[in-house]
Design a protein around this ligand. Sequence first.
Ligand SMILES: NC(=O)c1ccc[n+]([C@@H]2O[C@H](COP(=O)([O-])OP(=O)(O)OC[C@H]3O[C@@H](n4cnc5c(N)ncnc54)[C@H](O)[C@@H]3O)[C@@H](O)[C@H]2O)c1
Length: 263
Amino acid sequence: MQDTSLRGRQALVTGAGAGIGRSCALALAARGATVMATDIDFTTAQKTAELIHAAGGDSEAFALDVTDDSAWESVLAAARERYGPVTVLVNNAALKASVAGDRGLLGSSLDVWDRVLATNLRGPMLGARRVLPDMLAAGTGSITMMTSTAALYAISSFATAYSSAKAGMIGLTRTIAASYGPQGVRCNAVAPGVIATDDDTASQEAFMKAAGGLVQRTGVPADIGETVAFLASDAGSYINGQVLVVDGGITAHMPGLSHSQDA
Ligand SMILES: NC(=O)c1ccc[n+]([C@@H]2O[C@H](COP(=O)([O-])OP(=O)(O)OC[C@H]3O[C@@H](n4cnc5c(N)ncnc54)[C@H](O)[C@@H]3O)[C@@H](O)[C@H]2O)c1
């Protein structure tokens, strides 16, 4: 049986103060990793670290805005000094389309495009660029890019910048895997579908139904946390440069063409 333990490894999760990022941090810590719980909002990162401590795990909270290259440098240096080099990176933080006012190409400003690309594509690139030297020196590493099914299919007049950034992350994933895989670094993307991260589950369930989910529930953050922890572990060590879609089957079929009954 292959090992899903992460004991002895240092992991850093961005956007760990909420939703999917918090779940990734908890799942990594549950397998024994020491987790740097980072977020632009330090208070929420602290809460995640407290949850990990309460569950018996190791964690420290850091303020980290993923768009800030010098912040990446100093957080990784502090982590290295206190715990050893980070060899598991989860690039999870993102600016959501609904928050950014990211609509159709003609319906949103250049400022929206720039802000979304800076957080959702440039940020993960900066993180990978800063963590890679330690991973290469260690001869091992796992980078997970939190992309989205929005990179794979479109919703009209919505999330133009977000979808473009998330699709860009997939290209970044593959080039990192191709460039550094032979030296022990794996880079994969996880593409969540609809994941209920707040109390708006009614609209998320309605979306899931309209979109044609093939599982009879909405996704929950733990679905993504467990996938990310598996990927980072030795049990996931033959997976490199891939996109793992965790969407309850939405992208597996064309619901608009479905027949209501068999035969
Ligand atoms: N929830 C979903 O249905 C869904 C679906 C597909 C993909 N995703 C992706 O999963 C990831 C997490 O989604 P979520 O629903 O948990 O989001 P969320 O909005 O609940 O949490 C995002 C976290 O990122 C932090 N953040 C925002 N900007 C930041 C920055 N510049 N630097 C550091 N931290 C920053 C926020 O403070 C927050 O804690 C995102 O990459 C998102 O695009 C989510």
